[in-house]
Write a protein that binds this ligand. Structure first.
Ligand code: TYC
Length: 106
């Protein structure tokens, strides 16, 4: 009796597991009302930027309209969007963030 040949299937599964998960960028969007200091604190507290790094990113978003806060697996990126958005709303600010897959450059 011959057993079914699963070799190609298991090779596929092993290769899939070996690949790194696609990363998602968390984008910060500019607005006219969120204080610069709040954005800097978000970048330091949620995205682990140093004070000088956070300042550079915040000013780039302020001048260009949007910028990358960090890249993470999809779950982590979406959680950061939710948590920071909730924190901004609780503070009364309209700050917006979105997560997008890397490689989807506009
Ligand atoms: N434009 C805001 C201001 O002048 C600062 C700001 C920067 C807001 C970055 C949002 O993602 C942002 N107070």
């Amino acid at each position: 009796m011959t057993r079914p040949d699963h070799s190609s299937q298991s090779q596929t599964l092993e290769r899939t597991r070996a690949e790194r998960p696609r990363l998602w960028r968390v984008l910060l969007l500019n607005d006219d009302y969120t204080p610069m200091e709040f954005v800097v604190e978000v970048l330091m507290g949620h995205f682990h930027k140093s004070a000088p790094e956070a300042e550079v990113i915040m000013l780039a978003v302020h001048h260009k309209g949007q910028g990358v806060a960090g890249s993470y697996t999809r779950d982590v990126a979406e959680t950061k969007v939710s948590q920071v958005t909730a924190e901004a709303r609780a503070a009364g600010y309209p700050l917006r963030l979105v997560a997008e897959p890397e490689g989807s450059d506009a």
